[in-house]
Design a binder for this molecule. Structure first.
Ligand code: NAD
Length: 234
């Protein structure tokens, strides 16, 4: 059986597609208070402001394109002889558009859901507090994203994959947001080789057996070529 590879990606993999990370100085996230736009309490206080924020993110995302790193991981998923479990903290849809299947632990910007009945559907370009749920009629629709203080999705599936991983690779993530920041420890405890691919050393770098630094659009295709190279995959 081939190697079981588990990959965790963060905002850094989409940075070169033009979607800012939390850390970009002067970037979009720096202009907003996360307590106001990315918490359930903020949404309860001012739903119009939160919808306006995600409407703008959705518009940015629609005009962005997957970059070489997203495409390389799609190639790896298609050609690797073992399994490739791709977990993302990103809410953008760039993996799907590159043809890769990703587990969206923090939800999906391009989807909406009803807080009253749990129905989910593709988000319209613009959402507003007065939108009614098509299923139950409640005016309780929200972006289908995980806010701070909410439980990430698919954790059972993710921890099962980490516990069986032969190789764990974190790409473009600071490791500052939990529980994803701890995935490297889980994978290492399961005996996986751990590799960080990030623009610069992160606070989490010492937790990895190996770290390579540079832009994801260069590092990720190189690493994928190395993984597939043994069998001339790309
Ligand atoms: P983060 O902003 O905390 O860290 C991003 C990391 O990416 C940093 O370590 C930075 O050095 C690195 N980086 C920046 N540009 C890079 C590049 N070109 N190549 C490689 N690495 C690069 O992001 P995080 O760790 O993902 O955690 C923050 C949270 O932000 C997540 O919960 C995520 O949902 C959310 N977020 C998502 C998006 C998105 O969906 N595209 C964008 C911003 C924030």
């Amino acid at each position: 059986m081939g190697e079981r590879i588990v990959i965790l990606t963060g905002a850094g993999i989409s940075a070169e597609s033009g979607l800012g990370t939390f850390r970009d100085a002067g970037g979009i996230w720096a202009q907003y208070d996360l307590e106001e736009v990315a918490t359930p309490e903020g949404f309860a206080r001012d739903p119009a402001k939160v919808h306006a924020f995600y409407n703008a993110r959705r518009e940015n995302c629609r005009s962005a394109e997957p970059n070489a790193a997203h495409h390389a991981l799609a190639r790896l998923q298609a050609a690797h002889e073992g399994t490739v479990t791709l977990i993302t903290q990103n809410i953008d849809d760039l993996f799907a558009r590159a043809g890769a299947a990703a587990i969206h632990m923090h939800g999906e910007l391009m989807r909406a859901r009803c807080d009253a009945c749990g129905a989910r559907w593709p988000a319209p370009l613009r959402m507003a507090p007065e939108d009614a749920c098509a299923q139950c009629g409640a005016r309780a629709t929200r972006p289908d994203v995980v806010w701070f203080g909410e439980m990430p999705h698919h954790l059972d599936e993710i921890f099962a994959a980490l516990g069986a991983a032969d190789r764990f690779v974190a790409i473009g993530t600071s490791g500052a947001v939990q529980p994803a920041g701890n995935f490297v420890r889980e994978a290492a405890a399961a005996g996986a080789h751990t590799l960080e691919l990030n623009l610069e050393p992160s606070e989490a770098s010492p937790l990895f057996a190996e770290a390579r630094h540079g832009p994801a659009s260069a590092l990720v295709p190189d690493w994928v070529a190395q993984m597939l190279g043994a069998r001339g995959g790309i």
